[in-house]
Design a protein around this ligand. Structure first.
Ligand code: PA5
Length: 447
C-alpha cells in the first residue's frame, strides 16, 4: 500500500502551525473540493485518479504496445507540464545506466521540445539515425513554440523514413479536444490522439495521457501509478481532518514558515533518481504560487552530491531558506560495503553496512546540522521508489499545492507571467501581428 507521511517536528522551533493556520488549511481544502475557489475551472485533477477507467487505461496500453512494437526509441515532445511528469517517473523507475546495459526490454524515451537548443536537437536527430523511432507529441494548447519546432523536425524525419501512412502509425498526439494547431494537424494526418481534459492544467496533468502514455511505452505499471494516486486522493480529501491529512499539514507548515520570512523552499533528496521529481515539483509550485509579488521560491538539491556545492550556502548563507527532505525509507537494491584486510582507506568501520544505511546517516546528520544552522526542516517520506508510491507522491504534491495556493491567497491554476517572454520572442522573430512590438524591442536592444 502506498503511503506518504509528513513530519514537521524539525521546523516547529522556527514556525509552529497554530490554530489559525489549521483553520486556513481546512478552509483552503474545502474551497478546492467544493469548487468555489479562484481558478475553479481548472480543478479537474482533484478527482481525476479515481475517475480513470480501466477502459481508458487499456486503450493507453494498447497504443503503447503498438509504439513498443514499432520503435526502440520513442521521442516524447513537450515542455513544462507536458513533459516533466513523464520524465520524473521515467527517471525514478529506470536504471540510471540503462544506456550501458546490453539488453533493453523497453523502448528508450528521449525528450524533445523542452528547449530551443540547436545542438540538443541536432545531436538527438543524429543519435536517432540508427534506431527505429516513433513520437508522442504533447501540447495542451497545441500552439507552444518549443514542442512545435521539435515536432516539425521529427515529423519530417519519420515521414521521410517510413512514408506518410506508416508515420501516422508511429505518431500519437496528446492535446486539447477541440482547439489548437496540433489538434487540427492530428486530425488531418490521421494520428491517434488523446485529449487533455479542459479542466486539467498542464502542470497537474501527469495522470492524464500526458504522463500515462509515455510511461506505458516505457513499461511502467500505470495501473499501480494510478492506484497510488487514488489512495492519496482519498487520504487528502477535504473531509479528512487536519491531523490525518498530510496535504493540509504540508501546505500549512510551508505557509507558516513563509509568513516568518522563510521565502525559499529547497526540495532536498538523497535519491539521484528523484532529480526530475524535484524539477516537476518546482514547476508545479513555482507556476502555481509565484504571482502577485508573492510565493515561496522553489529550489532543489540532490544530496550528498550538493552538500559539496550548495551545502555551504544552506549551512551558512542568508537565513531565508527552509528544506523539505524527500525521504525514501528503503532502497530498491542491496549493496554492502566489504571489509578489506589492510584497511588502507580506513573505512573498515563501515564494513558490513549497506550503502543505504550510510546515506541515511548522511541524511540525519545533515538535517541536524542544517537545523542548528537556522534552516527549518520538513520531511516527506515514501516507503520506496516504485510506481504506486510515486503515484501517491505526485498526487500528494498536487493536493498540497492547491491548498497552499489558496492559503497564500493566489489563483494556483493560472500562469499569466509566462506570456511576457513569449510576446517578446514572437516580436523579435517577426511573427505576423507583432510588428510594432518588434520594432520597439529592437530599438531597446540597440541602445
Ligand atoms: O502548467 C502549464 O500549464 C504549463 O507549464 C504548460 O504545461 C506548458 O507551458 C506547456 O504548454 P502546452 O501543453 O500548452 O504546450
Amino acid at each position: 500500500m502506498a503511503k506518504v507521511t509528513f513530519d514537521n517536528s524539525n521546523a516547529l522551533a522556527f514556525a509552529g502551525v497554530d490554530a489559525e493556520m489549521v483553520k486556513a488549511a481546512d478552509a483552503a481544502a474545502e474551497l478546492l473540493y467544493n469548487g468555489q475557489g479562484a481558478g475553479n475551472d481548472f480543478i479537474g485533477w482533484v478527482n481525476l485518479p479515481s475517475s480513470i477507467s480501466a477502459e481508458s487505461l487499456n486503450d493507453i496500453k494498447a497504443t503503447a504496445a503498438r509504439l513498443r512494437s514499432k520503435a526502440d526509441v520513442v521521442v516524447v515532445i513537450g515542455i513544462g507540464g507536458s513533459y516533466l511528469g513523464a520524465k520524473a517517473v521515467y527517471d525514478a523507475l529506470g536504471n540510471t545506466f540503462e544506456a550501458l546495459l546490453p539488453k533493453h526490454d523497453n523502448p528508450t524515451l528521449v525528450f524533445a521540445g523542452n528547449n530551443i537548443n540547436e545542438d540538443y536537437l541536432a545531436e538527438m536527430m543524429e543519435a536517432l539515425e540508427g534506431h527505429s523511432i516513433a513520437a508522442i507529441v504533447i501540447s495542451k494548447s497545441g500552439t507552444t513554440t518549443e514542442p512545435a519546432i521539435a515536432f516539425r523536425v521529427i515529423k519530417d524525419t519519420i515521414e521521410k523514413r517510413y512514408g506518410k501512412a506508416e508515420a501516422a502509425e508511429r505518431i500519437v498526439a496528446v492535446t486539447d479536444g477541440a482547439r489548437g494547431v496540433l489538434k487540427s494537424l492530428a486530425d488531418t494526418e490521421g494520428y491517434k490522439s488523446y485529449v487533455i481534459p479542459d479542466n486539467v492544467g498542464g502542470r497537474f496533468s501527469v495522470l492524464t495521457p500526458v504522463g500515462l502514455l509515455p510511461l506505458a511505452v516505457a513499461g511502467v505499471d500505470i495501473e499501480a501509478l494510478v492506484a497510488g494516486a487514488v489512495e492519496m486522493e482519498k487520504a487528502t480529501a477535504a473531509n479528512v481532518p487536519f491531523e490525518q491529512n498530510v496535504a493540509k499539514q504540508y501546505a500549512a507548515a510551508r505557509n507558516a514558515l513563509y509568513r516568518k520570512g522563510y521565502k525559499v523552499e529547497i526540495f532536498a533528496t538523497y535519491e539521484p533518481k528523484l532529480q526530475y521529481v524535484a524539477e516537476w515539483w518546482k514547476q508545479l509550485y513555482g507556476e502555481s504560487e509565484g504571482k502577485q509579488g508573492k510565493g515561496i521560491f522553489p529550489a532543489s538539491v540532490v544530496f550528498s552530491t550538493d552538500l559539496h556545492s550548495m551545502g555551504q550556502y544552506i549551512q551558512d548563507g542568508e537565513r531565508m531558506l527552509f528544506e523539505t527532505v524527500v525521504n525514501v525509507e528503503n532502497p530498491t537494491r542491496t549493496m554492502t560495503l566489504e571489509a578489506t584486510p589492510d584497511n588502507v582507506d580506513k573505512l573498515n568501520f563501515l564494513a558490513g553496512r549497506r550503502i543505504g544505511q550510510i546515506n541515511q546517516m548522511a541524511q540525519l546528520g545533515t538535517m541536524l546540522a542544517h537545523v542548528d544552522g537556522g534552516v527549518p526542516n520538513l520531511k516527506v517520506s515514501i516507503p520506496a521508489i516504485d510506481a504506486e508510491n510515486l503515484g501517491a507522491l505526485l498526487y500528494f504534491y498536487e493536493a498540497a499545492c492547491g491548498i497552499s495556493g489558496y492559503i497564500l491567497g493566489v489563483n494556483p491554476f493560472d500562469q499569466p507571467g509566462v506570456e511576457a517572454y513569449k510576446r517578446n520572442m514572437f516580436a523579435l522573430l517577426g511573427k505576423p501581428g507583432y510588428e510594432a512590438e518588434g520594432e520597439e524591442l529592437r530599438k531597446r536592444l540597440e541602445k
